[in-house]
Design a protein around this ligand. Sequence first.
Ligand code: NAI
Ligand code: MG
Length: 500
Amino acid sequence: MTTDSKPISDQMLIDGEWCGALSGDRIEVENPARRTIIATVPRARTEDVDAAVRAADKAFEQWRKVAPRDRGKLLHEIAVVLESQIEEMAQAIASETGNAIRTQARPEATAAADIFRYFSGLASELKGEQIPVGDNMLSYSRREPIGVVGAIIPWNAPVLLAALKIAPALCAGNTMVLKTAEDAPLGVLLLARACNEVLPRGTLNVLCGYGHECGAALAEHPQVRKLSFTGSTNVGKSIMRAAADRIAPVSLELGGKSPSIVFPDANEDWVVDGIVSAMRFTRQSQSCTAGSRLLLHDDIFEPFLEKLAAKTAALKMGDPLDEATDMGALINKKQYDKVCNYIDEGLSLPGARLITGGKPDSEGPFSKGYYTRPTIFADASNDWRLAREEIFGPVLVAIRWRDEDEVIKMANDSHYGLAAFVWSRDIGQALRTAHQVEAGWVQVNQGIGQLPGQSYGGVKQSGLGREYSLESMLDSFTHKKSVTVKLDIPNPTSQNKPNT
Ligand code: NAI
Ligand code: MG
């Protein structure tokens, strides 16, 4: 690693104040496309977590009392501030994550503003119900906030994922301590700045730090009443264990190994484009919803792959800040080594046939950053490690199938169940398949990103709970309290009548 001339020195947000860690320690933030240090941020540990949680707990007393429509108005103001900062935000995201500015970082900054706008309009929907139990009793329910939410996010879409936790949690009247990912804190700190311009102090606190220190301390903090985590399945399990100690509710958005099922009538260019999009090649496939298992019908296997190889090879890999770039660099050395290991494994497997891509450049401009090209292995078997484990890099495996029952069995033979994609002109066949696939989200004939309003999340080891929707805000960030009232209490005058 080298150091850029002057790395910016960012602070974190506790109780409305920008501050460093109590220890004074800092974490370096690297631009993964250039391998330069672009910033340093505080390295928060237990004592900083404690200060942030105490601030959020104190702020909760007031924030919960703010009328929902007024909370909604403030979220709307944040959306307006975010909209005025899209370019600054996009530059920060592209620089720290390696995600290309045109295809990824700018759309992410825009989507974060949209998320705040969407939830700002939902504040009045925090409604309860009245239950008909007869004329002698009134029974109703209230949606109440839970308290301090501890949120932990990863680096792959940091600003979007932060927005998806902050906006619904605060809309529902909770306060929050959010831990940024150590690899990508800068965009989220800009988001925190926008929030802090608008919100009362302590309502949102944003920490920087490592998972095993800051993240674990947040997950274990007794005053954190709800945990919302996005990241790897293994860390998700540790969050759930920490929550079990105090029976705190958890929401988990975890990994995936999502199938993309192509029927024989779908050997067409638009499907090939759809597979490229579903595989999220332009974010180096660092996406939990990546359609990374291509289940391709035997009849069209070779011609389809030929087209797919040509399309992926045409993607322009380059500096994330260059507008012409389609696809940037992987996040860090650890992920780069992990992805390279999978590519090496594919190259050494006797049955695997490399269609495009392969080992990354060891010299030339792309060797200066964590660049890996789209790589496709054909003739894969569904039980290979390459077909079972989440690679989180641009490595796609193509598996042959002949029979509809067989392909559904293969699709479901995974401990994950996040997303799935089905491609066919026969809508009956496509929907039959969609209904049988074990996944939280199935797309038919498209491979786009999540939309506000859609309840999104996984089954099996891909997670617990949903995000992105009104229903998810109610389920994840409120408690339902029932109040039952006796309506026919005896009249005091008749009861207290003295005996005569
Ligand atoms: P990770 O799960 O370790 O990190 C995600 C977040 O959790 C970060 O903020 C990290 O600091 C925090 N964290 C780590 N250990 C923790 C702990 N013990 N307690 C509390 N918080 C903790 O993911 P990582 O290491 O960045 O990536 C590893 C793999 O995870 C990837 O290759 C990919 O397979 C998967 N992943 C999945 C994501 C998704 O969106 N589902 C996002 C990022 C990674
Ligand atoms: Mg980085």
